[in-house]
Structure formats: C-alpha cells, structure tokens
Design a protein around this ligand. Structure first.
Ligand code: PLP
Length: 267
C-alpha cells in the first residue's frame, strides 16, 4: 500500500476542543474526508470502514453535542467512567457504548450491564466473567480480541502467538459474539514502524481464518486512531477509533497506553 502516508502524531494534543454541534459536525466531516481519501488510495469502499468516536475523559455535555452531531456509538476506555456516562445519558435511548480499554475481571459485571461492544478482550478469566453476567442479564456482547502487535512491554493484549489457542477456547462463552481483532500500534512518528503493527494484525487474522472455530467471526480489524488511522485503513482496518480529531485534545497524557514513548508521562 501507499508507503508515503505519514502519521499525524504531530497533531497529538493540538486538536482544538469541540464546543458546539457545528464544531463536531465539522470535525466529523473532516475525519470522514480523511477516511475516504485513505480508502481511495487503498481501492476500498468507504462504507467498509466504521468510525468509532472515542469520548474518554470528555464531560457529559461534550458527549451530548457529539450525539446531536449524529454520533450513535461512543468509545470509552474505563469501565467505571463509561458506566457513569451511560447512567447519566439513559434519555438517549439509541446511544450505544463500546468499551475499548483493558478490563479487570471484577469490572466485567459493569460492562455486561450497559456495553454493546467490548474491544479489549485478552483473558479467559474476563471472557468467563463477562459471559456469566451476560447470561444473567439476558444480553449478548460483540467482542474483539486485543493483540499486542508492537512488541512493547505493554501489559495489554495477547501476543500474536497466543491468539490461536485463545480463539479455540471462546465458543463456550455463548453470550460473546467474537467479531475480530483489535490493536494499538506503536505510538511513533515513524510511519513504517506503525504500519508494520497493522500489517501484523491483518496477516494474523488472515492466517487464523483458516482454522478459527465455528461461530468465531474474524471479519473485523479495529485499528487506527487520530494519529494513524489512514495507515490502518490502507492496511485493512474495518473500525477506526478516533477521539481527539473529533472531540479535541485530551488534557491527560496517554503514556499509559504507550509505555514505549518516553515523551509521554505515565498517567
Ligand atoms: C484513546 C483511545 C483511542 C483514540 O485515541 P485518539 O488519539 O484520541 O484518537 C483509540 N483506541 C484506544 C484503545 C484508546 O484508548
């Protein structure tokens, strides 16, 4: 694919705060334009890429503006924060929640209550806890298996080698609808190293397709965020998770997610 596409991590922390419905509409339009351009370069149909707006750390009024601008699913990385926002916005009956961050077993109960999607599955304990609660609630949940494609000493995500056996163990959890794989690329301005993370996820998915158990879907590849989603789309992303380019820069550092990046402090 086009190897000239650069990351936009230089913009990280510089997107202006969206403060009105018009701001959100403009930002969403700009992101959709970037998505279309990347699809065009890759010979892909823009309808094959879903934009997941990520509202983590942003306050409720900001989420309501995003809703007014047309967002119907919001991504949150912390289960408690997400649950709090869900409770406060129950009046928006067609607003759905995607939990995109690491989950501890003892928080599975929360997520089973309100989430329609969970993108960071990386342990059988969590799968079991989610499934048990979902069965009680009579709900199902779309899930993505999180893979660590950067090789960083990140705590989160399975290594690519662990994924085949993990998938074999998932069909017993009948409330979990496995849709595909998710990854966070290396947080780097070196576009080729970022691209390799996305290539690794797609290649893994393509290999796993031959041997995945019945009922385990691998159509979806959730990869790419504000700084690198064009590259992810060029490499096959079907879901891009975009926060700052829609909501504006976050005040808090993201070092937590990118342990390899010395410039970003631990949050
Ligand atoms: C915060 C976050 C994103 C979005 O990052 P932006 O830089 O705001 O676009 C994507 N994925 C995950 C897992 C995140 O935690």
């Amino acid at each position: 694919m086009s190897s000239t596409t650069q990351t936009r991590h230089d913009l990280h922390g510089r997107y202006p705060e969206a403060r009105s419905v018009e701001d959100f509409q403009r930002n969403l339009a700009a992101v959709h334009t970037r998505i279309k351009a990347a699809c065009c370069r890759a010979g892909r149909d823009p309808a094959s890429v879903r934009l997941l707006p990520v509202s983590k750390t942003k306050p409720e009024p900001s989420l309501r503006l995003a809703y007014a601008a047309g967002c119907r699913t919001l991504g949150e990385n912390k289960p408690q924060e997400a649950c709090r926002k869900w409770e406060a916005m129950q009046d928006l009956t067609d607003l759905h929640w995607s939990v995109i961050g690491h989950l501890q077993t003892n928080k599975a109960r929360l997520v089973a209550r309100f989430a329609s999607e969970f993108q960071a599955l990386d342990s059988l304990h969590v799968a079991e806890a989610l499934d048990r609660r979902l069965q009680i609630e009579g709900r199902g949940l779309d899930v993505f298996v999180q893979v660590n494609t950067s090789g960083e000493a990140s705590k989160y995500g399975l290594t690519p080698e662990e994924v085949p056996a993990f998938l074999q163990a998932l069909p017993v959890f009948s409330a979990l609808r496995v849709r595909g794989l998710m990854t966070l690329a290396l947080f780097s301005s070196e576009a080729e190293r970022v691209r390799q993370c996305f290539v690794r996820l797609r290649a893994l998915r393509d290999r796993l397709r031959q041997c995945a158990p019945a009922g385990i879907g691998l159509d979806e590849l959730s990869m790419g965020m504000s700084g690198d989603f064009e590259i992810a789309i060029e490499e096959g992303a079907t879901v891009v998770r975009v926060g700052q380019a829609i909501f504006g820069a976050r005040a808090m550092p993201d070092g937590h997610y990118w342990p390899g990046e010395p410039k970003l402090e631990e949050s």
